[in-house]
Design a protein. Sequence first.
Length: 603
Amino acid sequence: MNGTEDSVADAVSATVARYGGNPHYVLQMLREIQESCDWISPEAIDRLQSALCLPRTKIEGVAGFYAFLYSRPRGRYRVLFSDNITDRMLGNLELLDYMCEQLWVERGKTSEDGLVSIDTASCTGMCDQGPALLVNNYAVTRMTRDRVDEICELIRDKVPLADWPQEYFRIDDQVRRKDILLGSAFAPGDALSAALARGPEALLAEIKTSNLRGRGGAGFGTGLKWEACRSAEGGARCVVCNADEGEPGTFKDRVLLASYADMVFEGMTLCALAIGSERGMLYLRGEYRYLLDQLNAVLERRRRRKLLGTGILGRSGFDFDIEIHLGAGAYVCGEESALIESLEGKRGTPRNRPPFPVTHGYLGQPTVVNNVETFAASCLIVQRGGSWYAGIGTPASAGTKILSVSGDCARPGLYEYPFGISVSEVLQDCGGLDAQAVQVSGPSGTCIAAPEFGRRIAFEDIPTAGAFMVFDHSRDMFEVARNFVHFFAHESCGFCTPCRVGTSLLKKLMDKLNNGHGSPYDLAEIEKLNRLLQSMSHCGLGHSACNPVLDTIAKFRPAYEKRLQHKEFEPAFDLDRALRKARQMTGRDDAGAHFAPASGSDR
Ligand code: SF4
């Protein structure tokens, strides 16, 4: 543990200097201080406060918001098991319990000697090669019992992470089907040269002609967004790439950033040319920390080749550069206004909208926020023309979509298809032949049952940000929905009461059904909660929190019926059951030792 007074002082002053004392980088500073000191101590906050002249409460508020920032000492090795439903299906919790046993540490706690802490994290984006975990924010994939044994040994021997076998950190792309984007032979600079030859207006016109829609799920017209930003009042403009792909089951951006980063950065530069921006930011989810150095190397290479910086490709006045901000474990930051708050170094709380980021975004400047895949696709449009692109897919959904396929299938990985592909065709390709359901677009998306497998992936039928999780007939769809509900309760940012309380009540209702206390009353309560969350929540997380439950109630009702063990209302807490341990300890099982009415012998 590196937390002495001197080391804290050194870490804070070096970090503050690196960011020029700019308080908008406070999240990045906290993250880096933690990387040096293992946690963010009160002393680190004191020093940051005086260096940045920020109120202490503000820094504490930021440190307390993000799941990957620790304001209390944690282990020198901080292990977080990915806890998406697909990790559960691969046995993550058994492996977690086994590691806890081996290292004599309780889940969620730190070992007595401060060596290790073990807990869970929401989906880490490795669903195609799970079960996965993070050690000090670095992803380890394909966990097995043997690998747990080896990791325990390394931790006991205090081996630095840099000396662990590189095989543990191997993350494969697993691209199974390429189309126009993943199969393109893209040469850095080609799209930019084509755009410069056309000029900014013609570039914008080409993007509009292509009918490219945002690939983050909402599907807003990219050309319209760029045009609105270009014509918004104000001087400086920003280009932001949303690489915070936190939706469980989605991992396409991970591959695009690992192997197609030039396309993504070039798409951002095209946007800058179209809207007249000099500043770009890529917000990378904290779970993809391992990509940071290689992405910075790509940026450096592009600067050397005059594809970034001042006078891009020799064009005087075309100045643009990109910096990378790392998130710290907050799903809500995938919402574009929350992401902008986070970029400004604040808690990632979604803003009131309107105004929208295209007019009032980063630091109040007109800002385009687009998904990783959207920026990459814009390069193809500039190279091959908007009409060509508009002719692929369906009339309302132009181009292709990359799906992140995981779960019960023989070939998980990335599949790129023209829009309009049916669910059954994807299942054929990935080997999900025994599927009873597919969750498209993650927990906030849609659960599709077998009779609907003819439906199509397209904005006009099933829109998606990319997740495609397959569940075969051995899976209990109630458990799937319960996992998703726990996810929403965990990720609710707590800003508005309906979502903060509603997601927690929903979780308790699902746990109550699971524990055998369910009645039809509870299903009616879920519907009431849905109305409340839909109408009163501040952002999409609250709006969609009930989706997985309502979908599975409608399509897999027997999974719920078997849990409705009571006709009348039952409280969730069973006092008589809770007294069982006391009865065992005292050796009593008479009527007086039961909370009336007696529920039978425990012996
Ligand atoms: Fe936060 Fe939930 Fe409210 Fe969104 S709906 S602002 S996630 S509490």
